[in-house]
Design a protein around this ligand. Sequence first.
Ligand SMILES: [Zn+2]
Length: 88
Amino acid sequence: MGRTKKVGPAGGLKARYGATVRKRYIEAIRDLKSPHRCPHCNANAVKRQSVGIWKCRKCEFTFTGGAYSPSTKLGATARRAARGPSET
Ligand SMILES: [Zn+2]
């Protein structure tokens, strides 16, 4: 009694959104927390700055992408509009 059940990163969602949504949320968070490949210097050092904003720790290249992953079809379009400081 009184013990909190461990449900992984989706624990904050409790049982509100159902199993399918929770599963998708876990996948999104897992993807979000893992480093991504930089489209500029190709280093696996891209971290999420904010929702849709990604930054490479190696070359400081900042770009926009998906909310949970830098590589989406939408992100490819946005990348053209938002150029990093090293891309002149
Ligand atoms: Zn980079």
